[in-house]
Design a protein around this ligand. Structure first.
Ligand code: COA
Length: 161
């Protein structure tokens, strides 16, 4: 069977200190201004932040994602998947953890910024109910580009009484 049709085998685990060098490597692979090991390590002791890793069979980091929750609102910091493991549902699996968490914790919404030209990411978020709610002009540099703000609102169950 060709690689194109092989499902990725992985499990979702919380990010920990041992995984950080690989996560930093993934950041460098994916972003022009990557989070470095020190920044990622700091996030481990941030009580508002949760980072999850998709870990392959031989402990390798295939993807990761981070969420910060402030005042009942969820901010997705990063979602990244190693190039050779893309289009296998890994980002979707990571995102679904945050969506389930957001619904269970009754967050008002999940939101994030994405480069205007980043169609794969925009498609990923739209597939999961995020809508384009705004644009930040020249938000990114290297290269300079607008950010699209994408938000998924959670429906609140009406409270009794
Ligand atoms: N083109 C179009 N749609 C795409 C896509 C692509 N290249 N990649 C993902 N999608 C959309 C599709 O709707 C897809 O569903 P489908 O496969 O049923 O069509 C859905 O996203 C889920 O795809 P998935 O396989 O879970 O995504 P992935 O594991 O390949 O990861 C990214 C997607 C965006 C995280 C990955 O391309 C990546 O790491 N890019 C670089 C880092 C980045 O830009 N992160 C986002 C920052 S906001």
């Amino acid at each position: 069977m060709s690689d194109t049709f092989m499902a990725a085998s992985y499990r979702l685990v919380p990010m920990n200190l041992e995984l950080i060098p690989q996560v930093a490597e993934l950041e460098r692979q994916c972003f022009s201004k990557p989070w470095n090991e020190a920044m990622l390590t700091e996030e481990l002791s941030n009580p508002l932040a949760s980072f999850i890793v998709a870990q392959g069979d031989n402990q390798e980091v295939l993807g990761y994602a981070g969420l910060s929750v402030v005042a009942g609102e969820g901010y997705i910091d990063n979602v990244a998947v190693r190039q050779e493991y893309r289009r296998k549902g890994i980002a979707q699996a990571l995102l679904e953890v945050f969506l389930q968490f957001g619904a269970a914790k009754q967050l008002s919404f999940l939101t994030l910024e994405v480069r205007a030209s980043n169609d794969p990411a925009k498609q990923l978020y739209m597939k999961h109910g995020f809508e384009q709610v705004g644009r930040r002009k020249n938000y990114y540099d290297a290269p300079q580009e607008d950010a699209i703000i994408m938000t998924k609102m959670f429906k609140r169950e009406p409270t009794e009484g």
